[in-house]
Ligand binder design. Structure first.
Ligand code: HEC
Length: 110
């Protein structure tokens, strides 16, 4: 009986571990999106940044998957140097700055 219990618990651990990794993979690959904050930040990057980057700086087109990697650069360009968004046509609203900032705060920027 004891052995049965132990097998059962091991089964549960593997089951939940597996579910958790599957969710993590789905999130990382962008198949599924779970974070509303990241989702909103991504929408801003797509509308206010990618529209221009796609033409002028194709090596830095932000995606749901790569935006975490670019977070330190995004922070530097938008909040420190204030070089981005470049030009007069792509201003961020106060709300958009807030959303980006809130998301960047979750990103462990050095
Ligand atoms: C109107 C065009 C335009 C818009 C809008 C724009 N960018 Fe850029 N961005 C560029 C160009 C061109 C470069 C490459 C040359 C440079 O660094 O100035 C660049 C470079 C960058 C870089 C790379 C800097 C580096 O050191 O490699 C980052 C990060 C960046 N942009 C972030 C953003 C973010 C975030 C937004 C939106 C909030 C944005 N950009 C909006 C044109 C734009």
């Amino acid at each position: 009986m004891r052995q049965l219990k132990s097998i059962f618990f091991r089964f549960l651990i593997v089951l939940f571990g597996g579910m958790f990794s599957a969710l993590q993979i789905a999130e990382d690959t962008g198949i599924m999106r779970f974070s509303p904050l990241k989702e909103s930040a991504y929408e801003i990057l797509e509308v206010k940044c990618n529209t221009c980057h796609r033409k002028q700086n194709p090596f830095k087109v932000f995606s749901y998957k790569n935006m975490g990697k670019y977070a330190p650069k995004i922070y530097k360009e938008v909040f420190v140097k204030r070089r981005m968004p470049k030009g007069d046509e792509h201003h961020l609203t106060k709300e958009e700055y807030d959303v980006l900032e809130q998301w960047l705060l979750t990103q462990n920027i050095p």
